[in-house]
Design a protein around this ligand. Structure first.
Ligand code: ZN
Length: 245
């Protein structure tokens, strides 16, 4: 069983009638519903307004994969909570960052770059092309996956070169974007997936749910503590002692 926590700032939904009409139970509620049919996943949700943003030490320690959606309130996420999440990723917790989460504190901390990109809200058609056909995240995903209307995200996207590039999107305006990127940080796996603007019903689509379910399984490192990192140069391994004898 993979323990998933879906985190959402949950602000557009409370302030904007158009967004609330699309996501009456919040973006987090829609993502949880998308994943609910997967029998190997147990899904919880948390939001910015929860105590410690719902990201307490105990909650994170019982989470295998965290999904993150944020936009308006990146600056309101407490730095101590960000540090706690970052430490858990380095210990082996998976992290899936969606759409405008590219500017979240946690994603920028893990990337070490500005994570800026080009964008435009103009009802572009987005065509999401698979560029890693043998990758587990694309299993059962339409190739290409077409979003009839979406916000444009375009290059240059200021991220480190991904360890694995899974999806590349193109848009009506001609722009291209690295829309599915895998990174390894410490013992943890990070996936950035760009679809999910709040005024389009992206998180009601079964094909998007397929991507997210695949990404959760990929990001769940089953044995994160199998190889411990030595921190003391004065602690020789047994093979070293034998080699010297
Ligand atoms: Zn957006």
């Amino acid at each position: 069983m993979t323990r998933v926590l879906v985190w959402n700032e949950d602000i557009h939904e409370t302030k904007n009638d158009e967004v609330r009409a699309i996501y009456p139970k919040g973006i987090h509620g829609a993502i949880a519903a998308l994943l609910s049919s997967q029998s190997d996943l147990s899904v919880r949700t948390a939001t910015l307004a929860d105590p410690e943003h719902g990201l307490t030490k105990d909650t994170l320690e019982s989470t295998d994969v965290l999904i993150w959606w944020g936009h308006l309130a990146h600056h309101l996420v407490d730095d101590a909570v960000v540090a706690r999440v970052q430490a858990r990723v380095l210990q082996g917790m998976g992290l899936i960052v969606l759409h405008s989460g590219h500017l979240s504190k946690i994603f920028r901390a893990l990337m070490g770059t500005t994570c800026n990109l080009r964008w435009r809200e103009a009802d572009d058609r987005e065509v999401i092309w698979t560029v890693a056909p043998d990758h587990p995240i694309v299993a059962g995903v339409p190739q290409p996956l077409v979003l009839p209307r979406h916000e444009m995200y375009g290059e240059f996207f200021d991220i480190p070169t991904p360890d694995e590039l899974v999806f590349v999107s193109n848009f009506t305006g001609g722009e291209v974007f690295r829309s599915g990127c895998c990174f390894k940080r410490g013992k943890g796996r990070v996936f950035y997936f760009s679809p999910g603007h709040e005024t389009y019903p992206i998180f009601h689509r079964a094909d998007i749910g397929q991507v997210l379910a695949n990404a959760v399984r990929w990001a769940h490192v089953q044995t994160p503590h199998a190889v411990e990192t030595r921190t003391s140069p004065n602690a020789p391994t047994n093979w070293f002692i034998k080699a010297e004898a």
